[in-house]
Design a protein around this ligand. Structure first.
Ligand code: ADP
Ligand code: MG
Length: 303
């Protein structure tokens, strides 16, 4: 196992930020730690990277215990903290050399800094101070420092937050590329991030795991009902629509456009069509909605 988290709880004073969390991550996985703000994502990551101790429970990284063998754990793990704190007065290279020093790379420093600047696409901006870089390039610097000592595991706390759409795509691709060689755990509160980069999602809410599965399986769990979006030409009452055979729930999206949830036993679209004819309504459009991971996330974390 790359990362083994067993029964981790973390208290900040009276507040329970993590409540008996357990999971394991295998080498080579790219796992998304997904949850709304305040769910406990950063807390989990700080514990795995030995920045704060848990209140109870155990974590091991490649068999090294975070309490007993924290130096070994730090060698194995590269960490991009939330908000990516950087020394804005330093030049990129200077900063990476400084980080290499912390990891005691010694004579290997110059070669490694060159390698990592190439890998993270920093060369075009190599003459700038970190403070003069765009947010996208700062994230590259953050990734570069996390990778400098060639760790097997990368822990990335909201690596794409605050990026514009182009930067976002670049950083995502970079993470996917890096992920081919490493075990990666990244946190986000955005479902699409997980769909774009991860093979598996661990969803946490209020410090508890509410789902842990491959992204494909997470979608299947939600497929007990069909959602059909339909537009009528005239006003319809919710009560009438709800009375249609097979319909479980209805929601007005706007005007005469409705989202209808129905059981899977048969195709509800035929019944809606018959209902429209019987009530002298015209169906202007009707589509079955694809289940999105976004909906799964909302269902699991709405409490
Ligand atoms: P996330 O990263 O998912 O947004 P965090 O792990 O940062 O969540 O926080 C989880 C909960 O713990 C939040 O309610 C937060 O307010 C609380 N918390 C985090 N850090 C501290 C701290 N140093 N002191 C007190 N409470 C904290
Ligand atoms: Mg956080």
């Amino acid at each position: 196992m790359s990362i083994q988290v067993s029964n981790i709880s973390k208290r900040y004073g009276a507040q329970l930020a993590l409540d008996n969390v357990s999971f394991t991550i295998s080498p080579g996985e790219i796992v998304g730690l997904l949850g709304p703000n305040g769910a406990g994502k950063s807390t989990m990551m700080k514990i795995i990277t030995c920045f704060i101790p848990p209140t109870s429970g155990d974590v091991s990284v490649y068999g090294f215990d975070i309490r007993e063998q924290s130096l070994e754990v730090r060698k194995k793990v590269g960490y991009l903290p939330e908000n990516n704190p950087l020394y804005t007065d330093m030049y990129i290279k200077e900063y990476l050399e400084f980080m290499a020093g912390i990891h005691q790379l010694g004579k290997r420093t110059a070669k490694r800094v060159d390698e990592i600047m190439e890998m993270t696409g920093l060369n075009p901006e190599r003459r700038k101070k970190i403070g003069a870089l765009s947010k996208g390039y700062r994230q590259r610097v953050g990734l570069a420092q996390a990778l400098i000592h060639d760790p097997d595991v990368l822990i990335l706390d909201e690596p794409t937050s605050g990026l514009d759409p182009n930067q976002l795509v670049d950083i995502r691709n970079l993470i996917i590329e890096i992920g081919k060689q490493k075990t990666v755990m990244l946190s986000t509160h955005i479902m699409q991030e997980v769909e774009a980069m991860c093979s598996r999602a661990i969803i946490i809410n209020h410090g508890k795991i509410v789902a842990d599965d491959s992204t494909g399986q997470l979608l299947k769990h939600n497929e007990e009902t069909d959602q059909v979006k339909v537009e009528f030409d005239k006003e319809v009452s919710a009560a009438l629509l709800k009375a249609v055979q097979g319909v479980i729930d209805v929601k007005r999206i706007s005007g005469n456009i409705w989202l209808i949830e129905a059981g899977r036993e048969h195709d509800v679209r035929q019944d809606i069509f018959r209902f429209a004819v019987d009530n002298h309504l015209a169906v202007l459009s009707m589509q079955k909605q694809n289940t999105r991971l976004e909906d799964v996330f909302q269902q699991l974390t709405k409490k």
